[in-house]
Write a protein that binds this ligand. Sequence first.
Ligand SMILES: [Zn+2]
Length: 407
Amino acid sequence: MMRLLFGLLMLFAGAAAAAEPPHYVMEARFDPQGNLRADVTVMLTEALSEKAFLLSKRFTLQPMQLPPGVTMTREDSEEPMEALNKFVFRFARPTVEPVKLSFRYSGPILTEHDSGNKPLRPEGYELFIDHMWFPVGADIQTRFTVDATIDGLAPDLVVVAQGDVTRTPTGVRIERDYVDIDLPMVAMRGLEKAGVPGVEFYARDLDTRLARFHVKHAEAAARYFQAWFGPLRQPVRMAMVWRERSMGYARTGYTVLSEGGRGAPDIAEAGPAGYVGHEVAHAWWMLASPLTEDFWLVESVAEYLSMRYVETALGIEAVEKELAEKREASADAGPVMGHGRPNRVQLYQKGPLLLIDLEKKIGRPAMDRLLREMAREPVHTTPVFMKHLSAIADADTAVAFEAALRS
Ligand SMILES: [Zn+2]
């Protein structure tokens, strides 16, 4: 009997191990021209029959030593961007012990397919998933932990990345024990750091009007949202880079903003306040799949929260212009849900307006409670949101709100 019980316990321990997320170990080196040599081991413990990874075609992959029972085929892929190799691994039997896939590859970090964000610029590197410079799960939503050692970084490059970041004389060690879909890094000359509670902010000049607004509102937004959703799990690191494209992006505990298109000397405070408010909100709101119709739970909610923050910080007048623009832009936006991932207008313009309508209907205290409870959920889907809305308001309200998302 004891023996049987012990056996069962071992079985459960095995099942628990199987739930570990993929872990990446990267050893990489850049030469001064920006040529990358990388050795990336992906450890999989989930029982899978097949798993595919994407890597840019500009990299040459050395022949792989595959573990026993694993086969691999290569095909071209143009999704979600151009010029990718897709490596499809098939596993003879689903296994619970780690399977190690070792990718060794080399090639230039620069690419014409960079979504307008050059990975290497005179001031240094800005790397993120769009550059397809590490083996990315082909579903684009494979979350992993990572230990990365990246060498070949000149001593004057200031590195901003996720997790524990240790600068060495010639490189950096990044240890991230929480999962994310990306391995983002900024390594640039001339970045100064402002440390304020909850936030580390990096910019080349912290005294510009824009930088001062960003730092002030990043700190205040972090305080505002922590009072609402609970403590930050890690400080929010923000790097303000300089490039033409104004696009920014957020990962867990990490945000990149651009000076591009935002640096007018007389810029109004509401713009940068709303912008960092949106990005800080993602510390709690990025748990819905970016490939599905549930993505409104990432972007529409962050945008709604950004307006709530601006209202609190600068007054209701400060959001009225934003609201008017959203109403105009979303007049014929089409449904947010029901056709896969919503488009930009549906996510950033229409979705937040529907949340404002919902707030008007159920009242601000109920809305605040709804979002607080939702923020605690480990995975964000529309049914989970509707479950909380039914409990806090009633089932009819949830049905009506879902209908609004679908019309
Ligand atoms: Zn966002």
